[in-house]
Design a protein around this ligand. Structure first.
Ligand SMILES: Cc1cc2nc3c(=O)[nH]c(=O)nc-3n(C[C@H](O)[C@H](O)[C@H](O)COP(=O)(O)O)c2cc1C
Length: 294
């Protein structure tokens, strides 16, 4: 039976049995008539008592309509589940991205072409005024030793009693990742776009960058730490007044996937606004935390 015929049967089952006007007229209600015929043919039984219209179900007819109702509910539930699976599949790449610590990364890192596409994706983030208020600095292999020296000096400035192990770790931050970028937030002070929106645009770009790396099959993580606030280090990296160093992005091939982590549920960040006048009338709280609606 077709699903629409199931729907018609269910409609017949819900029809007020006592309605004297409820006569099936095959000419005017072809769908209902065809559904009845299909069901009668399928189950080899009469569904309506002759001459009673929709008011007189046979006992077998009542069973068929009860079956139709259950079957329709199941079909509709299956449709909903399949739709949900499609939606889940559509956002799966975003749901699967995880930050991968440098310890879990190895060569090869993203190629120059990969980085091109990663930055292209970052430049497609929401960007009020099209300012792209951020930039990245890549630290190529030949510059890593110099960067490690810079990290070591910063560590010694911050912690004159740093142990050899502390120094080794500080240097390692510069050398471990196959590809290392600095992510610099670089707002345009002359723009009418408020600073906070420029900062958010940069953050959105950073999100796109990480998602694009993930989509290209690489692991990535942003790490900041105290060194991002050190004026001497910032000057050595060419960070300009008005800019800030958001962090260093390590990229590479994932040698060991990070463990899953829990994420908050959508309802934890969602509420539904109720105007104050409506709240007062209903005595309801301002944030409706019932359920996400269509
Ligand atoms: C700008 C920025 C700087 C960050 N700095 C650090 C950091 O210094 N140390 C750290 O443990 N996590 C830092 N994080 C968080 C990690 O990059 C990562 O997002 C976090 O571990 C959660 O992992 P997930 O991305 O898989 O959810 C930073 C994140 C951002 C966006």
């Amino acid at each position: 039976m077709e699903i629409n015929q199931l729907r018609s049967l269910v409609a017949i089952g819900k029809h007020p049995q006592s309605d004297p006007a409820a006569r099936i007229d095959p000419a005017s209600d072809g769908d209902l008539a065809r559904a009845l015929q299909a069901a009668e043919s399928e189950f080899q039984t009469s569904i309506l008592q002759p001459g009673t219209g929709l008011g007189g179900l046979t006992s077998q007819g009542a069973q068929v309509l009860a079956w139709a109702e259950t079957a329709l509910l199941e079909v509709e539930a299956l449709h909903r589940n399949l739709q949900t699976s499609k939606k889940e599949a559509a956002v799966a790449p975003l749901l699967k991205r995880r930050s991968v610590s440098p310890k879990r990364l190895s060569t090869p890192g993203p190629s120059a072409e990969d980085i091109h596409w990663i930055l292209k994706a970052a430049l497609h983030a929401p960007d009020h005024g099209h300012l792209h208020p951020w930039r990245v600095i890549e630290f190529r292999a030949a510059q890593r030793a110099g960067l490690a020296d810079t990290f070591e000096q910063e560590k010694r400035r911050r912690d004159p009693l740093a142990s050899p192990e502390d120094i080794r770790r500080a240097r390692e931050h510069a050398t471990r990742a196959p590809v290392l970028l600095a992510f610099v937030v670089s707002p345009n002070a002359r723009s009418m776009v408020p600073m906070r929106e420029q900062t958010l645009s940069a953050g959105a770009a950073l999100g796109n960058l990480l998602n694009a790396a993930h989509q290209l099959g690489f692991g990535a993580i942003v790490l900041s730490g105290e060194r991002c606030f050190d004026p001497v280090l910032l000057e050595a990296l060419g960070i300009q007044p008005g800019e800030f160093l958001a962090g260093f992005i390590s990229l590479g091939s994932v040698v060991k996937a990070p463990p899953d982590r829990d994420h908050a549920a959508p309802l934890e960040v969602w509420s539904c606004w109720t105007p104050a006048a409506e709240q007062a009338a209903a005595g309801a709280p301002s944030a409706d935390r019932g359920q996400l609606a269509d």
